[in-house]
Design a protein around this ligand. Structure first.
Ligand code: SAM
Length: 354
């Protein structure tokens, strides 16, 4: 149904957000509460245009290597939490990690994202050696780590070994909401300290959050947006929460496609040059989720380079997609999808323009 009044209001709010890179809380809530498709199209179009201004029609591809599903943490939402007895645990050897990287390099990837649970089976030195080897043998590539919370000295050491970027979603910027999602032994303050340290050290730093996680409200989302504004990260990982059957949140609902798209668009308009992935989780809740994410302002995709034999074991949430175009080997399929919406897949390093 057409609602020209609603479109006009969204035109006003989206334009104001684009120009000022911020809105008062009440207007942000209005944007996030919008349900009318035509009004939402207005928002997405602004976000798309803003993204194209800085990144053209290039979508950066990153090769994702999920190198361990051991984790010392027990986050209530996560399928590889320490307390999940039903996960078959795996840890790739340095050789296995390196052969994934070589395969990716041959496929054209120039950014590798090493992601894992906080696995004490790897020493800081082990990770340092992996980084050095990748940087030495794959000229021109970038290494991104997504490996959780460690001491500042460890982050510095990995940076000195050549790591370029670090992804550490803050998950929620609201203390009470943080407590709903995490056990007592974890702390939001520590998470934020880690993010501040990563930025200070010089990493291209990524924060972010799940959309629709249990206990999330418009107020906690506003807190997330304000935190991103304050941190000014180079990257923001924003994807839907999806329940995993062996976690305390097994019976909770997934985050919705529309709320995720609205948040991608709002974050693009608040942080115009941010690197914003159209996540695997978005592709899991809707077959065209990632294309829609791109059309709402996202500009990164992260196909999976992990060995096929372990992909099912990195089950952060149920029904996670891991073959087809989300696998790095399915690059041509992914390229086709990206072309179908008028964009091109870029295998370059794809640094942030910040
Ligand atoms: N251990 C590292 C860390 O804490 O950043 C990286 C691995 S962790 C599994 C990567 C991300 O997966 C988390 O930041 C979280 O947002 C996401 N994740 C975990 N469980 C999820 C779920 N049920 N639905 C959607 N995303 C989830």
């Amino acid at each position: 149904m057409e609602s020209p009044g609603g479109n006009n209001r969204m035109r006003e709010l989206a334009a104001k957000l684009r120009i000022n890179q911020t809105l008062p809380d009440s207007e942000l809530k209005e944007v996030l509460s919008e349900t009318e498709q035509e009004a939402l199209e207005v928002l997405y179009e602004h976000a798309r245009q803003q993204c194209q201004l800085h990144y053209g029609k290039k979508i950066y591809a990153r090769g994702l290597i999920e190198f361990t599903n051991y984790c010392r943490n027990n986050c209530y939402y996560c399928g590889i939490r320490r307390g999940n007895q039903n996960v078959q645990r795996y840890r790739l050897s340095k050789e296995e990690i390196f052969s994934c990287v070589q395969e990716g390099y041959a496929l054209g990837f120039r950014t590798f994202v090493l992601q894992g649970g906080e696995d004490l089976g790897f020493s800081a030195k082990d990770i340092g050696e992996i980084i050095c080897r990748i940087k030495q043998s794959c000229p021109g590539c970038a290494v991104t780590l997504s490996f959780g919370e460690w001491e500042r000295e460890v982050y510095q050491y990995w940076y000195d070994c050549g790591a370029d970027r670090y992804l550490l979603r803050h998950e929620t910027a609201d203390e009470e909401h943080y407590r709903i999602l995490h056990p007592e032994e974890m702390s939001l303050l520590k998470r934020k300290e880690c993010l501040a340290q990563l930025k200070e050290i010089g990493y291209q730093t990524g924060a972010g959050f799940m959309v629709g996680s249990p206990g999330q409200t418009l107020d906690t989302l506003i807190a997330d947006l304000r935190y991103l504004q304050q941190l000014q990260p180079h990257m923001a990982g924003i994807g839907p929460f999806i329940p995993q059957k062996d976690t305390p949140f097994a019976k909770e609902a997934s985050g919705t496609l529309v709320m995720t798209l609205k948040l991608l668009a709002v974050v693009r308009l608040m942080l115009p040059k941010v690197l914003l992935p159209a996540t695997t989780a978005l592709g899991t809740i809707h077959p065209q989720g990632r294309e829609m994410g791109i059309l709402a302002g996202a500009n990164v995709v992260m196909p999976n380079l992990s060995p096929v034999s372990v992909r099912k074991q990195y089950q952060l949430y149920d029904h996670k997609i891991s073959t087809g175009e989300e696998s790095a080997q399915g690059r041509q399929l992914l390229e086709k999808r990206v072309h179908s919406i008028g964009y091109e897949l870029c295998m370059c390093r794809g640094d942030s323009k910040m």
